[in-house]
Design a protein around this ligand. Structure first.
Ligand SMILES: C[S@@+](CC[C@H](N)C(=O)[O-])C[C@H]1O[C@@H](n2cnc3c(N)ncnc32)[C@H](O)[C@@H]1O
Length: 244
């Protein structure tokens, strides 16, 4: 069947309404969820995943840098580096989901500086230490998120940057904030996305915070609703730095 943008979008919405499902391994659940929407993943996520371009611009890796995205999906975010990417040593796009990686391979087939790798963010180790590691809307989809963060830091050179953009939770403690937290937690858990305030707190403990930007953004097809998200950029402490 030839898909128009609208039918593709409806299919994505249907898949999200069905949810991530249970059983099977984490990798199998991801594949089951994303396979039907992989070809049209980017179109819908442009409207849903805010702050990705801003994160990539904040990272600004130096010439010759090794750059790694964990949970890179279709490899869309590396496009935000623009021509700067040509000055990097290389970029590694790591993900567990074969269907989304297929899109990334198609996208980057003609760019030898970009390597597309099927691996778990929790255990993957690059051959060279990285100058910059980032995750975009991936931490909330990783059940072992703390292990993934530890692994991301282990890949980084001392002084390297760890960047995250992801859905967050309201920080206030009033009744409205508590209700909003409960609502967003439930809403996202249906699609295997687990919101946790501990994400930002842990990033602040593990790295020297350079940027913490918390905001809200519109959701496609849901006028009036605004979802919380954050951008955090932290520096891996140098050996000998104290207090971490
Ligand atoms: C919401 S998507 C975001 C994709 C991409 N970063 C973006 O901004 O469009 C979350 C991604 O995390 C990946 N993912 C989840 N758990 C993972 C893990 N343990 N290791 C590697 N990738 C994982 C999923 O396969 C999916 O591609």
């Amino acid at each position: 069947m030839v898909k128009t943008p609208l039918t593709a979008e409806l299919r994505t919405l249907w898949q999200m309404a069905r949810g991530a499902g249970r059983g099977a391994s984490h990798a199998e659940r991801l594949e089951r969820f994303y396979r039907p929407q992989a070809r049209h993943y980017d179109r819908f996520r442009e409207k849903l995943l805010h702050g990705r371009r801003e994160l990539v611009q904040l990272l600004d890796p130096p010439e010759g840098a090794v750059v790694i995205e964990l949970g890179a999906g279709t490899g869309r975010n590396a496009e935000y580096f623009g021509e700067r990417l040509l000055d990097f040593h290389h970029v590694e796009l790591v993900d567990l989901c074969p269907s989304l990686l297929g899109e990334a391979r198609r996208r980057w087939a003609l760019q030898p500086r970009v390597r597309v790798i099927e691996a778990d963010a929790v255990t993957y180790r690059p051959q060279q230490p990285a100058d910059c590691v980032y995750l975009s809307y991936a931490l909330t989809m990783m059940p072992a998120w703390r292990a993934a963060l530890d692994n991301a830091l282990a890949m980084l050179k001392p002084g390297g940057l760890l960047g995250i953009v992801d859905f967050g939770l309201p920080r206030g403690d009033c009744v409205a904030d508590r209700c909003a937290c409960a609502f967003w937690r439930r809403w996202f858990a249906h699609d295997g996305v687990h919101l946790d305030r501990a994400h930002v707190d842990t990033l602040q403990q593990l790295t020297e915070t350079r940027v913490l930007h918390e905001s809200t953004a519109a959701l496609p097809y849901l006028p009036g609703l605004r979802v919380p998200y954050y951008i955090h950029v932290g520096r891996k402490p140098l050996a000998g730095d104290s207090g971490r």
